[in-house]
Design a protein around this ligand. Structure first.
Ligand SMILES: *Cc1c(COP(=O)(O)O)cnc(C)c1O
Length: 387
């Protein structure tokens, strides 16, 4: 039985050659390939600066730190995300809260955000940072969130782990027109891969500098940033408590090579989406809604069935048939770690209701027509067998 994953990377000979070339060079860790990858990322996303790091979780962590998030501060994000989007606040000693999702886009609801901000303004518990997550690759309504940030004085980090190549109002996600920074992930299931990897995109030169320093132990070799005069070329100053969150040149070379095929990856994802939309007609499942202000990168293709029992039934039947469907996401506030922080079932009902019915079907550029037919046939029979 051929197993169909829900997502997977696509590595070609050019990718392999790019990595091998670095292996033959004198630099393995952060070096010239990082600079090239960062420049290519900045160009592709129309952001002025890109900082490559070891993974998106590290990117979230040091972006929050660089924005001064700390004990006593609040960070808000969507409950429909990977735990990393919320954990970054806890790493900084800050607190997390969530804003429920829009039941159509599965992204943070702008109405819910506005209402929560109004309430928070009266109690003095406004967030310092809000992290909208472009779930499945579909951009959030950033202009609306940006307007609220102006009114209520919070900073915005876009979690675009799913959304490299997506467009919002004709501009690439990552250009940071409506945010302070955007983070990307290059985990193998994401749009392009470096094995493990992430990046921060920003227009803010000072923020980028601070993130670069935090990426490498809080150390600077730039005499102009030192606390006192450099004693010589060997000299460096640790001016903050940073980390080793560097990406290797091997990974950056792979990333730069992958990035040259971004348009091709996106095009093939869209083709597969169109096929699903056509093939799934008449099955009664809820298909993904597409907001008219943008274009998704289609990291995930998520359908909803009618209830939790049906979801379990369909999920199990498909897994038995070697179709590795998945569920994105168990709402973060329902994780045991977050329950211990005081969250409970019922706190974010739209995210919980969505979660109980959601299934991510296989979606990646190399998914064949035959495999897609197999997915849809199995889904059809599993759905019918329930009803
Ligand atoms: C994958 C993912 C992350 C974390 O990415 P890593 O590179 O694995 O650290 C963060 N947020 C979202 C929404 C993700 O999907």
């Amino acid at each position: 039985m051929k197993v169909i994953p829900y997502g997977t990377q696509e590595i070609d000979q050019k990718d392999i050659d790019a990595v091998v070339e670095v292996l033959h060079s004198s630099w393995l860790t952060q070096g010239p390939a990082i600079e090239r990858f960062e420049a290519a990322l900045a160009e592709s996303t129309h952001s002025s600066r890109a900082v490559a790091v070891s993974n998106a979780t590290a990117a979230l962590h040091i972006t929050c730190l660089a924005m001064g998030l700390g004990p006593g501060d609040l960070l808000w994000t969507s409950p429909n995300t990977f735990v990393a989007s919320a954990n970054c606040a806890l790493y900084c000693g800050a607190s997390v809260d969530f804003v429920d999702i829009d039941p159509r886009t599965y992204n943070m609801s702008v109405e819910a955000l506005e209402k929560k901000l109004k309430d928070a303004a009266t109690t003095g518990r406004l967030p310092k940072i809000v992290i909208p997550v472009h779930f499945s690759g579909q951009p959030c309504d950033m202009a609306a969130i940006h307007r609220l940030s102006q009114e209520y004085g919070f900073r915005i980090i876009e979690d675009a782990a799913h959304a490299l190549g997506a467009r919002y109002r004709e501009q690439p996600v990552g250009c940071c027109e409506y945010s302070d920074a955007t983070i990307l992930s290059f985990h193998p299931v994401k749009i392009i891969t470096t094995g493990e990897g992430g990046a921060v995109l920003t227009r803010d030169a000072e923020l980028a500098d601070r993130i670069r320093i935090l990426r490498s132990h809080g150390i600077t070799r730039d005499p102009s940033r030192m606390k006192w005069t450099s004693e010589g070329d060997w000299y460096y100053h640790q001016i903050e408590l940073g980390f080793n969150y560097r990406m290797t040149d091997l990974q950056a070379a792979l990333g730069a090579s992958q990035l040259t095929r971004l348009e091709d990856f996106l095009h093939r994802r869209r083709e597969r989406v169109e096929r699903y939309q056509e093939m799934l007609k008449g099955t009664g499942v809820v298909l993904p809604f597409q907001a008219d202000y943008g274009e998704s990168a289609w990291h995930l293709y998520v359908i909803q069935v009618s209830c939790a029992e049906e979801r379990k039934h369909v999920f199990d039947r498909m897994r038995e048939a070697g179709i590795l469907v998945n569920v994105h996401y168990i709402p973060v506030h329902l994780q045991p770690y977050y329950r211990d922080l005081g969250f409970s079932p019922g706190d974010f009902p739209e995210a919980e209701s969505y979660y109980s019915r959601a299934i991510s079907l296989p979606m990646f550029p190399g998914l064949t027509i035959e495999d897609q037919s197999r997915v849809v046939e199995k889904l059809r029979s599993a759905v019918l067998a329930r009803t």
